[in-house]
Design a protein around this ligand. Structure first.
Ligand code: FES
Length: 75
């Protein structure tokens, strides 16, 4: 799982890129899009949409902030 903080809003997605398993948590952020550090696939953190292969969205998890804790609802 990879957790991102975009201007104080937290998002969580599967950390494993659907292309060849790159570590999305190490990817560059452009707004609410994370770019895989290995070959550049792009995922929208708000929807899980894969901007390169729209038929292959990444798993997205619900996040709740409670005090100092970040709670992620894993399936
Ligand atoms: S492993 Fe992520 S784009 Fe290739």
């Amino acid at each position: 799982m990879a957790v991102f903080n975009v201007d104080g809003t937290f998002y969580a997605i599967n950390d494993v890129c659907l292309h060849r398993g790159g570590p999305l948590g190490e990817g560059e952020l452009q707004g609410t899009t994370v770019i895989c550090p290995w070959h550049g696939w792009r995922y929208n953190l708000t929807t899980g949409e894969n901007e390169v292969m729209p038929d292959r969205p990444i798993e997205k998890y619900e996040v709740e902030v409670v005090g100092d804790d970040i709670l992620v609802d894993l399936p």
